[in-house]
Design a protein around this ligand. Sequence first.
Ligand SMILES: NC(=O)c1ccc[n+]([C@@H]2O[C@H](COP(=O)([O-])OP(=O)(O)OC[C@H]3O[C@@H](n4cnc5c(N)ncnc54)[C@H](OP(=O)(O)O)[C@@H]3O)[C@@H](O)[C@H]2O)c1
Length: 281
Amino acid sequence: MRGRMNDVKSYVPPFALDAPMEGGAIGEVVESRADGLKAGDKVLHMAGWRDEAVLPASAVTVLPNLGVDPQAFLGNLGLTGGTAYFGLLDVAQAKEGDIVFVSAAGGAVGSAVVQIAKAKRMTVIGSARGAEKCDFVRSLGADAAIDYTAGPIAKSLAAAAPTGIDVYFDNVGGDHLDAALAVARRDARFAICGMIDAYNGGQPSALRYIMRVISARIRIQGFIFTDFMARMPEFYAEMAPWIASGQVKSRDTIVEGLERMPEAFLGLFEGANTGKMLVKL
Ligand SMILES: NC(=O)c1ccc[n+]([C@@H]2O[C@H](COP(=O)([O-])OP(=O)(O)OC[C@H]3O[C@@H](n4cnc5c(N)ncnc54)[C@H](OP(=O)(O)O)[C@@H]3O)[C@@H](O)[C@H]2O)c1
């Protein structure tokens, strides 16, 4: 959503002025004349930031019956979990035994990455802001959690990963990416999911360790979740049982009321959320 506030060419068009904002949401069908869609169905759609919408049937997806809370389809069983799953396992080709570093590990995507990596028997180091969020990251099973406000991230990561890292799942960019470059092992894979550190500042950050890409043969690849939409059944088949058995847990931050959408959105840039930031109407 932040990217769509810049009037630039990207993988989705920018938001139009004076039009309702869009965002992933779960709603309930009130009225429908479409086949396969009836009042009371819970659906996933992109017409968030409003309490009612009139949509073509093609713009909504009836939630599959996977025996989990519908809210999960906005978090670990939705875009968030899918981003973590395909970014980690497909883009970064992470496998059992790998040492994985993930930034913003107490957030929505990051907390899913930690848990998927643990379910696949990897060693996980997560970074987050403050002691409380680091405790949350450890509670998800992370082997180490770095409070990046307590000192330079490069120093803390080198201490937490004395033998280096095989995979970096980037949600932050900037000094976190640089720290990962500094400790990357030979043939490390970096999945670039987000660079929230740069979304508002606009200042390019210096990467002191970028040349390690050559000596360590690091592969850096960005990705967009929608690239993997056709493979959602594969994701559901693995993630739904993890959620149902409690192996993958969710802790959502819920803000109540449509009028508090902007506050919830801006809170993402200050770490106001633990797990997924959701607004309930
Ligand atoms: N490629 C894709 O398809 C895709 C899909 C979804 C999301 N994303 C990206 O993935 C990242 C995570 O998204 P999300 O929805 O899961 O959000 P999130 O991690 O739940 O929330 C953002 C978190 O980023 C951290 N943060 C904010 N500013 C920071 C800064 N300057 N330096 C370090 N950390 C900072 C905060 O955690 P702390 O309190 O720990 O600082 C905040 O809680 C974002 O960059 C997002 O744009 C990409």
